[in-house]
Design a protein around this ligand. Structure first.
Ligand SMILES: [Fe+2]
Length: 292
């Protein structure tokens, strides 16, 4: 199914709306990443506050940076369904178009801890419920083209995964950026291509853990540097940071759950990032929400 048809089908089912798609210069987008839903009793009251804060911010669209369900990769596909349906209701309640980028916790059924056999395709449920045919896709909404990338490669236990964009996906990205006005493109990644977090917290000479930053991040950065992309959205690290490198901003969007619903993480509280374009001028702001 074509992605647009997929979105319209979901919209028709009340999952989310795509009304308002078209071309416009002024745009407000909320980058909502790393929710880590745990259970109705633990997480839903926080989600209600997050939804209130999101509605108050009046975004034209919401971009989700992945990690919807905490430890989803350790659940069986059947166990993941409660969280999936809660997440679908949460995003539908925002009543704006929503785009979804795959997170490592969203590889549902990859390594089930209940002894059930691993899912043959741990991306299947995420595709079926959130992003359609492929976990890499583009969508043009309100005059900007969002390029959503799959930044994950599954590995055997104990590593389970690493941040990596497959070579054929990089070719696809390069082609997309060269055949369109890349100044209006916004790439979305779960695992970051570029971050100061490792050197800021552990020191520049400590080895970076295998699952923190893209293994081929330098290649990805090189592709972006050849383009006019103004900003790259990144999740995964649960910190709010902005790095300027070769003319563009690498923005890591904090986390809705902060430190996995246990306060802030390296000074970043529970929240989301609001991006406001007026023409080509972009203003970004991290919006914490109360969890008390
Ligand atoms: Fe996360």
């Amino acid at each position: 199914m074509h992605r647009r048809s997929f979105l319209q089908t979901l919209a028709g089912a009340g999952v989310f709306s795509i009304s308002g798609c078209g071309s416009r210069r002024d745009l407000r987008a909320a980058f909502v990443t790393d929710i880590h839903w745990k259970s109705s009793s633990e997480t839903d009251p926080h989600l209600d506050r997050c939804a209130d804060a999101l509605r108050a911010a009046k975004p034209d669209l919401v971009v989700c940076g992945g990690d919807l369900i905490h430890r989803g990769l350790l659940l069986s596909e059947a166990q993941a369904m409660e969280g999936i349906s809660t997440m679908k209701s949460f995003f539908a309640s925002l009543r704006v178009p929503c785009l979804f980028c795959l997170g490592n916790h969203d590889l549902f059924g990859a390594f089930p801890e209940d002894g059930s056999p691993p899912a043959p395709d741990p991306r299947r449920l995420y595709r079926e419920h959130f992003c359609g045919l492929d976990t890499c896709y583009t969508q043009t909404i309100l005059g900007r083209t969002w390029i959503v990338l799959d930044t994950l490669e599954l590995l055997p236990v104990p590593q389970r995964y690493r941040g990596f964009i497959a070579p054929e996906r990089l070719e696809w990205l390069d082609k997309k950026l060269s055949e369109t006005d890349s100044s209006l493109c916004v790439p979305v990644l779960h695992v970051p291509a570029l971050s100061t977090l490792p050197s800021a917290t552990k020191g520049a000479y400590e080895p970076v853990p295998h699952n923190l930053i893209l293994h081929n991040g330098a290649e990805v950065v090189k592709i972006f540097s050849r383009s006019r992309v103004p900003v790259v959205l990144q999740g995964h690290l649960h910190v709010s940071e902005k790095n300027e490198w070769q003319g563009r901003t690498y923005l890591t969007g904090g986390a809705v759950c902060g430190a996995w619903w246990n306060g802030d993480h390296h000074g970043t509280p529970q929240g989301f990032t609001l991006l406001h374009w007026r023409g080509h001028n972009l203003h970004t702001e991290y919006r914490p929400f109360s969890v008390s």
